[in-house]
Design a protein around this ligand. Structure first.
Ligand code: MRU
Length: 361
């Protein structure tokens, strides 16, 4: 392993701000092509979230923040009252792009508050941009901190299962669950990763394997249905996943199929870890029952890469996320430290600390 796995400068940031433009890695083109898209309007930023050009809770949040900056710049020639009205309308629309990842709402509200507190439209646009750009560095710092805390939980040697993609591609860089794995490898641990393919959109197969292969971290792709038997055979030391929203009691929403992996892990006595920044923790929701679950186009289930596999006209159900009950989670790894069950008091303490520091880690 030659690469310094804490150095993320060699790969483009998943979300970036370059000369007044929002630059994204086009995740719908991976793994075939590493392509960048540059966006100049808040509507384009919103669409990129909705069509999953950018995906993963922290990456969605940072894109939304920069989308708000684009809105503030775009409307900065308006009179103050119209400016505030136009930016608020943009905020409402960006917020509605996807319902489950709370980072989206958290980021929009954070930039909206900066705009509202600004004395003039021009100043509002400048401050919105500065605040949104600062969130990119904050995100990377939170991931690196999560990696440091979480790496301690991984074995010195062994296989880790992950589901979906909670890597550099799901964040600005480095990753949450994959950040933990990167940090463990950087510490000298001999980690091999099993990556669930993650039907229907195949984020594990397309994105997680791509990232880990680039880093030289050994990875084996499996279909989602193969994870339980690996656990039964004693071949999984632990499971590490990300989250889109964590309720105050520790119930965690993540990509559909995460719950099945958690049930299997519990049955086989395999520790199940969730790595998420505090911007993913929704202290307003007492339990995961209140987490809105996105339902996407049924064609994502009946088709793969545009090829229909089911007979024409067969209905399909396509919930994009599920909720893993806190009782199945051994620890939640945040940028402020590791929380163990019962999660309520620990999450409240760390969320309060992050709020006092003015950010989210
Ligand atoms: O539908 P996606 O690809 O946006 O779903 C992403 C996930 O479920 C990730 O695991 C989650 O956002 C955590 S990313 C650090």
């Amino acid at each position: 392993m030659g690469a310094d796995l804490t150095d993320i400068s060699a790969v483009p940031r998943t979300v970036d701000w370059v000369e007044g433009r929002l630059r994204l890695i086009d995740q719908n083109a991976l793994p075939d092509r590493l392509a960048m898209v540059d966006l100049t309007t808040w509507q384009a930023a919103r669409n990129a979230i909705a069509d999953m050009t950018v995906r993963g809770a922290p990456a969605i949040g940072c894109t939304a923040a920069l989308g708000m900056a684009l809105a503030a710049h775009g409307y900065s020639a308006l009179q103050p009252a119209q400016f505030v009205q136009a930016v608020s309308a943009a905020a409402a629309d960006i917020r509605s792009a996807r319902p489950t990842a709370v980072n989206l709402m958290w980021a929009v509200d954070r930039i909206a508050a900066v705009v509202a507190a600004s004395p003039t439209p021009a100043e509002g646009a400048a401050r919105a941009e500065a605040a949104a750009v600062a969130m990119l560095a904050e995100d990377v710092a939170a991931n690196v901190a999560m990696g440091r805390y979480g790496a301690e939980l991984l074995p010195d040697e062994g296989s880790v299962l992950t589901h979906c993609n909670a890597g550099a591609l799901a964040t600005v860089g480095y990753g949450t669950a994959l950040g933990v794995i990167r940090a463990a490898v950087a510490m000298g641990k001999a980690i091999h990763v099993y990556s669930d393919e993650t039907r229907p959109r195949l984020q594990g197969m397309r994105l997680t394997t791509w990232e880990l292969q680039r880093d030289g971290i050994p990875v084996t792709a499996i279909t989602d249905s193969m994870a339980a038997v690996l656990m039964r055979q004693g071949r999984i030391a632990c499971v590490v996943v990300g989250a889109d929203r964590v309720a105050a009691n520790g119930d965690a929403a993540n990509k559909i199929g995460t719950y099945a992996a958690a049930v299997a892990a519990h049955h086989h006595g395999v520790p199940f870890y969730v790595a998420a920044p505090l911007s993913t923790v929704d202290m307003a929701l007492p339990t995961g029952d209140g987490i809105p679950i996105e339902e996407r186009d049924p064609a994502e289930v009946t088709c793969i890469a545009g090829v229909r596999l089911a007979p024409e006209g067969v209905p399909a159900w396509n919930p994009s996320f599920d909720v893993t009950p806190a009782a199945l989670i051994a620890a939640i790894i945040t940028g402020q430290g590791v929380v163990r069950p019962p999660f309520g008091p620990g999450l409240a303490r760390l969320a309060g600390r992050a709020a006092a520091q003015g950010g989210a880690s």
